[in-house]
Design a binder for this molecule. Structure first.
Ligand SMILES: Cc1cc(Cn2cc(-c3c(Cl)cnc4nc(-c5cn(C)nc5C)[nH]c34)cn2)no1
Length: 285
């Protein structure tokens, strides 16, 4: 695959800006074309004053540092970044089929074969991240994009960290995906590892198949249900899928099924084309 000659310095004049693709808390994403190569990308534009007032500059720096060094078919690539006096610009891979959560809302829930293929791709991406000691910590449909061939791309590394990590973080946004070890009030030895992403993978599997998160409730009840792993799998979900969900949504992080075991779980094997998994394996992912 030929990659564009990557110059060291980017600036806004190098790009033709197209339609807005989406907006987030601190800015917008635009379709963009790099003038000299014609390369199509997504340009995320963040406003420095909003990053400062939101106290998230360090998070953006970490997002740049982590995502710029990742190369995997199921991880949205960051090709570079630059800034002017008011804005920070992130040059990102363009995902041709947009945001996964919009597809999930439109279809309510995914058929088991598609959910299994998506979870296999997520497990492949997480295995790659964890091998590089990166914990994503915010795996949810809103942070996953869909490539032109229907493949998933984990994006938004704003909450990712290098493992191990025992610094407490104030989390914002939905509680639904948080693992028990990140919500339980505890003393300082309360640390977490890559296993937090396995819990979130279990929540994601459930939401793909059921159309809502397993602990969805009022904020107080959600925290209480997570802390007890209090959830039930509806009868329309196959027993194999239910088995994988229950092996991921385990309170003790050390007892959660590993990513290697996820990739050979009967539910995954039943729905994933061998060749597709083999092709990823050949490329060492
Ligand atoms: C700020 C801010 C906004 C967002 C959420 N967001 C991500 C995108 C986006 C990215 Cl980063 C890359 N490729 C995309 N492709 C689409 C897209 C494609 N179609 C057909 N429709 C859409 C929409 N969106 C992409 C946009 N918004 N995160 O931080």
């Amino acid at each position: 695959v030929c990659q564009p000659r990557v110059p060291k310095q980017f600036h806004l004049g190098m790009f033709e800006i197209g339609r807005p693709l989406g907006k987030g808390k601190f800015g917008r994403v635009y379709l963009a074309r790099e003038r000299s190569s014609g390369f199509i990308c997504a340009l995320k534009v963040l406003h420095k004053n909003e990053l400062q007032s939101g106290g998230v500059e360090r998070q953006v720096r970490r997002e740049i540092e982590i995502q710029s060094n990742l190369r995997h078919p199921n991880v949205l690539q960051m090709f570079g970044h630059f800034h002017d006096n008011k804005r920070v610009f992130l040059i990102l891979e363009f995902a041709g089929k947009g945001e996964l959560y919009k597809h999930l809302r439109r279809e309510s829930r995914f058929p088991e074969w598609r959910a299994a293929q998506y979870i296999a791709q997520m497990a492949s991406a997480l295995r790659y991240l964890h091998r590089k000691h990166v914990i994503h910590r915010d795996i949810k449909p809103e942070n996953i994009l869909v490539g032109i061939h229907g493949e998933l791309k984990i994006s938004d590394f704003g909450w990712s960290v290098h493992a191990p990590n025992n610094r407490r973080k104030t989390m914002c946004g939905t509680l639904d995906y948080l693992p028990p070890e990140m919500i339980k009030p505890g003393s300082s030895e309360n640390y977490y590892t890559e296993k937090v992403d396995l819990w979130s993978l279990g929540v994601l599997t459930y939401e793909f198949l059921v159309g809502e998160a397993p602990f969805e409730d009022t904020p107080v009840m959600t925290q209480r249900r997570i802390a007890r792993a209090d959830m039930s799998v509806p009868s329309f979900v196959s027993s194999e899928a239910g088995d994988l969900i229950k092996r991921l949504l385990v309170l003790d992080p050390e007892k959660r099924i590993s990513l290697d075991q996820v990739q050979v779980h009967p539910w995954i094997l039943k729905h994933c084309v061998k060749g597709e998994r083999a092709s990823n394996r050949e490329r060492g992912y």
